[in-house]
Design a protein around this ligand. Structure first.
Ligand SMILES: [Zn+2]
Length: 408
């Protein structure tokens, strides 16, 4: 959640733009003449291409307010300044690895797989898409089942995409497999309402430019039960029709039946949680596939859960896990986003500690990573992430003191 432009970003932005094309240089915004559109007849008089950051952004954005060209610094340098791009990537990677090493207190012989990979495999951590924080799209299936509160959060801090402007991903291929028809009324399983998969979803399209590539760039694997809602797809859920265009669909299942699903956009920052009517207290992923007698780790998002390297893990999908669900777990351990850079996670963790629960507190030096998925994007091995979590679990006064020493 940087407020100011990163020093490395600033350096390269000024390096690739001749001195006389640079406009205002501020700590969070540097404007230059736009070499993409030359700004009509205003070339060299106006400076409409900006590198800027807002407090809600994780990384700087690049945007021209004349031609609407929009990307991030990785994309901009890669397209327009390939020589500087290589230098930039190396320098950014060096800074990232240095931080990682301090967190994990690496021995000299430790290495990360990404050190051996080619430039093109380095994930792009920023989105070039969103400039203004657009209000979340309201989906009016059933208001109380839609996670309105978290949509705002998702827009500001969740979905980081590797997306380069100007790419055409094309329409995803549509699978011919037809899911079974949804039953007229959901099956009531001791108060939990279950349905079969809603019709209209397909297999996840494979290939690097599509949603599967997006997931791989996040350092995680597409799971076998994930589905996809193709472009323009209309689904019927809870008795209402809704267009869900280009969303990754992650089912919330008990056995083979669904009690809801999460729809995650991959081209923009947007996600929704859909629950079968009556299930609002069950907003959690993987809840029926963990051993509730063993320690159950609870992350904020599904991506974080899959990045944690832990197997007995559930995701609370933004909303707080209901007390009824927590009480079903013998030993819940809350593993929220990094309390060192996320005020909300700091507050929530404190709340759970004060209630006597075990919590993972992010170790010193980890400020740059807001969640476990940030670590997976840098290809930190799962085992190291899991160990970091297990070695930093606190309970009671020790945890409260530890957390209170962290200023966000
Ligand atoms: Zn322009």
């Amino acid at each position: 959640m940087a407020q100011y432009l990163d020093e490395i970003d600033k350096k390269y932005w000024l390096m690739v733009h001749p001195y006389d094309t640079v406009g205002n240089v501020g700590p969070a915004d540097i404007s230059v003449c736009c070499p993409i559109c030359h700004e009509g007849g205003s070339w060299m008089r106006k400076h409409r291409l900006h590198l800027y950051i807002k407090s809600s952004y994780d990384n700087a954005a690049v945007k021209c307010f004349n031609c609407e060209y929009s990307t991030n610094l990785y994309g901009y340098l890669k397209e327009n300044h390939p020589n500087e791009f290589s230098l930039y990537v190396n320098e950014k990677r060096g800074a990232g690895l240095k931080t990682l090493k301090s967190i994990f207190k690496n021995k000299d012989n430790d290495h990360y797989p990404d050190q051996e990979k080619g430039m093109d495999e380095i994930p792009i951590f920023d989105t070039g898409l969103n400039f203004d924080q657009k209000p979340a799209q309201k989906i009016d299936i059933q208001n109380d089942n839609i996670n309105d509160g978290h949509e705002e959060k998702a827009l500001t801090k969740d979905e980081i995409m590797s997306f380069s402007s100007g790419l055409d991903f094309g329409a995803p291929s549509v699978s011919s497999t037809q899911p079974p028809k949804a039953p007229k009324t959901p099956i009531n399983d001791e108060g939990l309402f279950l349905v079969t998969e809603p019709p209209g979803f397909t297999d996840m399209p494979s290939g690097p430019g599509g949603p599967s590539g997006y997931i791989e760039n996040r350092g995680i694997e597409v799971q076998s039960d994930w589905r996809y809602s193709p472009k323009g797809n209309k689904i019927k859920f809870n008795g209402a029709s809704q267009t869900l265009s280009e969303y990754i669909i992650i089912p919330l299942k008990k056995g083979d039946l669904w009690y809801g699903f999460q729809a995650l956009a991959w081209k923009e920052k947007r996600f929704f949680v859909y629950m079968v009517t009556g299930n609002s207290g069950y907003k959690a992923w993987n809840f029926y596939d963990v051993d509730k007698e063993k320690p159950v780790y609870i992350t904020e998002s599904i991506y974080d859960a899959l990045s944690s390297g832990l197997d007995n893990v559930i995701a609370q999908l933004g909303a707080n896990l209901g007390d009824d669900r927590i009480q079903e777990l013998k030993e819940p351990i809350f593993c929220l986003d990094n309390q060192r850079c996320d005020q909300k996670a700091h507050e929530e963790t404190l709340k759970y500690l004060q209630r006597g629960y075990k919590c993972f507190i992010w170790p010193e030096g980890s400020e740059k990573f807001k969640d476990t998925n940030d670590l997976r994007k840098l290809k930190v091995p799962y085992e190291k992430i899991a160990n970091m979590i297990k070695n930093n679990i606190y309970q009671g006064m020790m945890g409260i003191l530890k957390l209170k020493m962290i200023r966000v």
